[in-house]
Design a protein around this ligand. Structure first.
Ligand SMILES: NC(=O)c1ccc[n+]([C@@H]2O[C@H](COP(=O)([O-])OP(=O)(O)OC[C@H]3O[C@@H](n4cnc5c(N)ncnc54)[C@H](O)[C@@H]3O)[C@@H](O)[C@H]2O)c1
Length: 332
């Protein structure tokens, strides 16, 4: 039976948005997905994700609309829909991109966020969920990062934009009495991933016999989180009744509570590709966090069945997809 509840997923052509649309439509939800298909990384994969979704979902369950969230007039295209939930993932992600194109990051991540809040208000949605990021923990030294820690030291504009989203969402919930939840994602990876992230970029360059730039002499550590767990968590959080009724805005770490050294990631890539990486060690950039490490007690309270994929297994699944998708032609 078709579940008539309509969900708006922004950033539907993006990595996480694509997997979320796939999951929600498989559960029978009607999903409207929006994205401006911008070229912050290879547009081909964004178009391919949408093509794939159109192929695998029943037509009535998925509608894709190309629009830019920072242009209010473009969002008029959504006026005819009545949304019950909004999951807002569209943003210009990535620390390096925010150093190169700060204005675009500001427009999409802050102005765009505000515009989507207006839609949430108009539709009086049951739950507004949005992508925050582990980068809000910025210069914090206490590990693992917990939702109750102060997050007042963003190290770059991207992190600052996510912190700003959390503040805007808090005020939005307070004024409109609508539940909102910020999802602090920790280095999400997996099939159909983002070509600008280290694990994807390194894979490509290893196969092209090109040097890979490794910042901070390889001493960065990341709490890598496999995409399937991220999607399962979003679904559980969306309909959870375990929230404190009086606390309408919450933030939740979506991580694994395990730290992986960047050099360990490279070792796994070398192992699975059966190829040695040509590494160019570079010093740390001041916009980079040294490590990320999630306290996931809150997530486990909401989803006691939460289990994480071993990093070695997750990377293997990514590589199998990567070889298949690029058909052994890595000159993209
Ligand atoms: N992948 C991660 O490791 C990670 C970690 C922390 C936070 N996040 C956040 O999760 C969300 C999804 O990330 P992702 O990895 O899927 O990134 P992604 O870049 O693959 O997806 C984001 C999508 O948003 C779209 N978009 C950007 N600006 C837009 C605009 N102005 N109008 C309409 N669409 C626009 C892009 O075209 C893209 O398809 C982002 O908000 C990101 O900041 C991701």
């Amino acid at each position: 039976m078709i579940n008539k509840k309509k969900i708006l997923v922004t950033g539907a052509a993006g990595f996480i948005g694509f997997h979320l649309v796939k999951k929600m439509t498989s559960m029978g939800f009607q999903v409207v997905g929006i994205d401006n298909l911008n070229p912050n990384y290879d547009k081909k994969i964004k178009n391919d994700r949408i093509k794939f979704l159109n192929k695998i979902t029943k037509k009535k369950l998925f509608t894709f609309i190309k629009c830019n969230i920072d242009k209010k007039n473009e969002l008029m295209k959504l006026n005819k829909y009545k949304f019950v939930y909004i999951i807002h993932l569209a943003a210009q992600p990535g620390v390096r991109y925010s150093l190169l194109k700060p204005e675009i990051v500001f427009d999409s991540n802050i102005r765009g966020f505000f515009n989507i809040l207006e839609i949430a208000k108009k539709n009086n949605v049951k739950h507004f969920m949005y992508a925050s990021s582990s980068s809000v923990y910025g210069g914090n030294s206490k590990l693992p990062f917990s939702e109750i820690d102060n997050v007042d030291s963003p190290l770059n504009l991207y992190a600052a934009s996510k912190k700003c989203n959390e503040l805007l969402a808090f005020a939005f919930s307070h004024i409109n009495k609508i539940r909102s939840t910020g999802l602090r994602f920790f280095s999400v990876y997996g099939p159909w991933g983002r070509p600008d992230m280290a694990y994807y970029l390194f894979s490509k360059r290893i196969l092209q016999n090109k040097e890979i730039d490794v910042f901070n002499n390889g001493n960065h550590k990341r709490d890598f989180t496999y995409i399937d767990e991220v999607i399962q968590s979003i679904v559980k959080i969306l309909k959870s009744n375990k929230f404190n009724k009086k606390k309408l805005h919450n933030v939740i770490n979506i991580g694994r509570n395990k730290k992986i050294k960047l050099m360990q990631l490279i070792k796994y890539l070398e192992f699975y590709f059966e190829k040695k990486a040509n590494i160019n060690f570079i010093k740390r950039q001041k916009a980079d966090m040294l490590e990320t490490y999630a306290d996931i007690k809150m997530l486990k309270k909401i989803d006691p069945s939460f289990k994480s994929t071993e990093f070695k297994e997750g990377i293997k699944k990514f590589i199998l997809w990567f070889k298949e998708y690029h058909k052994n032609d890595f000159n993209f």
